[in-house]
Design a protein around this ligand. Structure first.
Ligand code: 2P0
Length: 336
């Protein structure tokens, strides 16, 4: 499947009438409860498993897009020009090529309040905001399903960042990926808290894109897929039943299985540092005290905690650098 042809089946034909036009959008980031880790098609970012996430309305990226009278694209992240030699620059330009009218160039400015490359899903909100900004710039008026597919082409986890609350990304079965997009799970859980334990803002030592490719080829991968299929079912049931203990245990187990898989891969991948292990110990201490708090870890050293509002004070007392979010009581920022 040719990615450019695929995109052309999704977007309306673009006629540029206003060279002064610009587009802007905000997209929130999301935290995976049941992880996406591995692709069945690398060009189309088609996953081997379905995944489940929770959106963090107040953490995200604002992206502004305009045409640029120049020979190349300009990419600015948090006020810094991204050098043309950077891998990220190529990734953005290659993505924009999918939508580029004739040979027009873009200026892309993104401001994000999540630390870049520290396992807090900065690429999820970044590519979701970019697709929404393109939708705005070109006045496509595409439905969320189509936007989710386009966001997925930029970064897999970005397809989940277009919706609030719990979100499921069904892996889909089609070779062209037109059935691989995210949907909102229609359950609210206002008491649910996410704690961000910020241990480092250092850039991770290996990108999740590279790391997941290594994991896919590891002998433990088929077993991990099997476990993940069970995990997502248990988590969805727990969400429908509002069974926090069941949800938390499954989320933590899914994360532990992911990192065990990475450690067993060749070469071995390790995102944790001593601060991560210490923080996991604090979670275990709280649980021993009878407080239902669970952790999940992505492609970075930081941890995210799950707990209920009634336990927030006790959790806060244990962690020095904890930001507490309540995803169901916060509003997604509307960008105007
Ligand atoms: C997730 N992660 O479900 C998992 C858990 C990291 C650990 O999705 O190659 O940046 O752009 O599709 O989406 C990070 O991977 O990878 C990720 P690409 P992405 O959130």
């Amino acid at each position: 499947v040719n990615i450019k042809e695929l995109v052309n089946t999704i977007i309306p034909s673009t006629d540029i009438t206003d060279i002064e036009a610009c587009g802007a959008a905000y997209a929130p980031t999301n935290i995976a409860l049941c992880k996406y880790w591995g692709k069945r098609n690398k060009d189309l970012n088609l996953p081997t498993v379905s995944s489940l996430s929770i959106t963090l309305p107040t953490k995200g990226a604002i992206t502004r897009l305009a045409y640029r009278d120049a020979k190349d694209d300009l990419v600015i992240v948090n006020g810094n020009v991204v050098p043309k030699t950077a891998e990220f620059y190529t990734r953005v330009v290659t993505f924009l090529d999918l939508f580029r009218p004739k040979n027009l160039c873009f200026a892309v400015k993104t401001n994000s309040n999540v630390p870049i490359s520290a396992g807090l899903a900065s690429s999820a909100c970044g590519f979701a905001a970019m697709v929404l900004a393109l939708n705005d710039l070109f006045s496509w008026q595409l439905p969320l399903k189509q936007l989710s597919i386009l966001a997925r082409l930029g970064s897999g986890s970005a397809c989940r960042s277009l919706y609030p609350g719990f979100v499921i990304w069904n892996k889909g079965l089609l070779a062209n990926g037109l059935d691989s997009f995210a949907k909102k799970v229609d359950i609210d859980w206002p008491e649910l808290c996410i704690g961000i334990v910020l241990l480092t803002t250092e850039k991770k030592n290996i990108s999740s894109r590279k790391a997941m490719q290594i994991s896919v080829n590891s002998p433990g991968y088929p077993k991990w897929i099997q476990n993940s299929e069970r995990d997502i079912e248990v988590m969805l049931q727990a969400i429908f039943d509002k069974d926090f203990l069941s949800l938390g245990l499954q989320v933590e187990n899914n994360s532990k299985a992911l990192h065990a898989l990475m450690l067993s891969s060749e070469p071995s991948i390790q995102y944790s540092n001593s601060a991560t292990e210490h923080a996991k110990g604090l979670v275990a201490d709280l649980r021993a005290e009878g407080i239902d708090v669970f952790f999940t870890q992505d492609a970075g050293a930081n941890l995210k905690l799950l707990f209920l509002q009634q336990d927030a004070a006790k959790v806060r007392a244990k962690f020095t650098h904890l930001e507490i979010l309540q995803p169901f009581t916060e509003q997604i920022q509307e960008y105007v």
